[in-house]
Design a protein around this ligand. Structure first.
Ligand code: HEC
Length: 123
């Protein structure tokens, strides 16, 4: 028979495992959304630039800093360091945060932005 403390510990481990699994699912959903919404213009598993700069390591990166990509002067001079909050604001309305940016797509769904940003943070 299981001791009460062991039961509590087992329940705790089960909760952690469930949380990890849920997080892995979110990341997979974020990856899929990234491919659908951003993949035409941005690479993330390679450092090749396309229509947009590659986004490898973008969380914590200075805006406009990828070598070899021709940014707008607006992006280059923005002074932003990308974190989750700045990315959320940018994706909601790029031109609202960086007036004159060449990225014009807006992403209206907060849950999708969240999933994509969580995914970006894993790369
Ligand atoms: C139609 C093409 C296109 C799509 C789709 C697109 N972007 Fe962009 N993105 C760009 C361009 C072009 C730039 C460069 C903007 C500039 O220089 O002003 C850019 C810049 C960025 C930057 C700034 C990067 C840096 O190095 O400072 C981030 C972050 C970004 N995009 C994220 C995303 C995400 C996330 C998505 C999908 C939700 C997305 N973009 C969809 C074209 C696109």
């Amino acid at each position: 028979m299981m001791h009460t403390l062991e039961k509590i510990a087992a329940a705790g481990i089960a909760t952690v495992l469930m949380a990890l699994q849920a997080h892995a699912q979110d990341t997979a959903a974020g990856q899929k959304l990234f491919q659908q919404r951003c993949g035409a213009c941005h690479q993330i598993d390679s450092t090749r630039n396309g229509v947009g700069p590659h986004l490898q390591g973008v969380v914590g990166r200075s805006a406009g800093s990828v070598d070899g990509f021709r940014y707008s002067t607006a992006m280059q001079g923005s002074g932003i360091t990308w974190d989750a909050a700045q990315l959320d604001t940018f994706l909601t309305n790029p031109g609202g945060l960086v007036k004159g940016t060449r990225m014009t797509q807006r992403f209206a769904k907060a849950d999708e932005r969240q999933a994509i940003i969580d995914f970006l943070a894993t790369r």
